[in-house]
Design a protein around this ligand. Structure first.
Ligand code: JHZ
Ligand code: ZN
Length: 419
């Protein structure tokens, strides 16, 4: 494969501990960029496909991608809209409500959301009467959020952005980084930016998919070129200590197949009580499950190959019987699953997605057309492969008519389940 200049760099040392003992354990082959949805005029052109490989750091137990794709390519125009899922909107409301109560937020408090997407989280915070500001590099998303009354800067998060906000808006009481911390290559300017903008008694929170769930539930499809780091608590404790920050609480969450929310304060803030139990409990759990050694990861990789074989064999059986199969959720993880397993238009006729921006486009790699939910009625599939399996419940509830008329669902992860 030709190495496209300025497209990516190869990872040689761990981004958290600097260790060079990086052991590869998952290799999904060449996968397209998951956010690179195609127009019909793009279909004849060559598509970027890059190696998708995960490495385990023997020193701090971080899992990390073997390459880093230039963020300017990945994030300036972003199709994913956080607010499409009701489950996610509810999740954001619960978080905003918790913060408002727990940290006694008032109208003077500024809440900054990094990678604020279409303003989904900040809309919920706004309900509690606080000041809100979004930061997101996607120009298209910042435009949508601003039009909907959530002030948003179309910038990457770093020291310069933090200084600019400080001059214009003052210090922040809470800074959130939800589903973005794992996307960041150089954490130095990111955390320096937090130090600049956060009040001394302020709170920084991150939400990241939890590697423990990734391994235990075989969520291999949530690895893609955007997800550079796959976190356990262990490397996180190491990281924040290095930056003069302290984790004071961690919550396990069910969202996105299992995530953790980590609450962090500046070390100089002596007033916030540290819940050492929640941190110790997770650290011990990770150790007991063998996540601080390589063996578990190699076993995981073996399971991933098995899922591929089983899913392909099952879909083949359905096609041999003349069944019509469609998919729901043109998600990033769906693109990885389909491309890695070799499931294309020969199996799946259409992918339904409620995101207006994705409809009319074609899925990366497979070129399966992305359509709106009216296709469920007009094309009458026998089976619906849930590519957004993390929102299975929500998708099944919203497709009750399909279910009542005999339609079935295939949930691919962690093991094939037919409903
Ligand atoms: P969803 C995203 O990944 C984006 P994806 C990002 N890379 C990230 O870090 C992770 O989340 C955590 C559609 N849908 O959320 C919307 C409906 O159409 O599982 C989405 O296209 N109707 C930043 O893309 C897709 O499915 C619905 O009712 O893997 C879901 O994508 C629902 C619920 C979803 O994440
Ligand atoms: Zn490391």
């Amino acid at each position: 494969m030709e190495k496209l200049s300025n497209t990516y760099r190869i990872v040689e040392k761990c981004r958290i501990c600097g260790g060079t003992s990086l052991v590869p354990y998952l290799d999904l082959g060449l996968i397209p960029l998951v956010n690179n949805y195609l127009k019909s005029s793009d279909l004849g052109k060559e598509e970027i496909k890059l190696p998708l490989k995960i490495l385990y750091c023997a020193q701090c137990s971080l899992s990390e991608l073997s390459i880093v794709v230039n963020p300017e390519i990945l994030y300036r125009n972003y199709f994913y809209r956080s607010s499409v899922s009701r489950t996610f909107r509810d999740h954001c409301f619960a978080f905003a409500e918790e913060c408002a109560k727990r940290f006694n937020l008032t109208k003077d408090d500024l809440i900054v959301d990094i990678a604020s997407n279409d303003g989904c989280t900040l809309k919920e915070f706004k309900k509690f009467g606080v000041r809100v500001l979004g930061v997101d590099p996607a120009i298209n998303l910042a435009k949508i959020a601003n039009a909907e009354g959530i002030e948003t800067l179309a910038e990457f998060w770093n020291e310069e952005t933090a200084k600019m906000i400080l001059n214009k808006f003052g210090k922040a009481s809470i800074i959130n980084a939800m589903n973005v911390f794992a996307h960041v290559d150089d954490l130095n300017p990111f955390l320096e930016g937090i130090q600049i903008l956060l009040k001394d008694d302020g709170v920084f929170t991150i939400e990241v998919p939890y590697l423990l769930n990734f391994i235990n539930k075989k969520e291999f499809d949530t690895s893609y070129h955007e997800h550079l780091s796959y976190f356990l608590v262990r490397p996180l404790t190491y990281l924040f200590k290095k930056y003069g920050m302290e984790i004071f609480d961690i919550k396990k969450l069910t969202i996105h197949g299992g995530s953790i929310r980590v609450y962090i304060k500046k070390e100089i803030n002596k007033t916030t009580k540290v819940d050492t139990d929640s941190i110790k409990w997770l650290l011990e759990l990770e150790k007991d499950l063998g996540l601080h050694t390589i063996l578990v990861y190699l076993n995981f990789s073996h399971n991933v190959r098995r899922i591929k074989d089983e899913l392909l064999a099952f879909l083949k059986l359905l096609k041999d019987r003349g069944k019509i199969i469609m998919a729901y959720g043109a998600s990033a993880k769906g693109t990885v699953l389909l491309n890695y397993c070799g499931i294309g238009k020969d199996y799946i006729d259409y992918i339904i997605d409620d995101t207006p921006e994705k409809q009319g486009y074609f899925a990366p790699g497979t070129h399966i057309p992305i359509v709106d939910s009216s296709y469920l009625k007009s094309k009458k599939p026998d089976y619906l492969l849930l590519l957004a399996w993390n929102f299975a419940e929500e998708l099944i509830v919203k497709t009750q008519d399909y279910k009542n008329s005999g339609g079935r669902y295939i949930i691919p992860i962690p093991d094939i389940m037919v409903i």
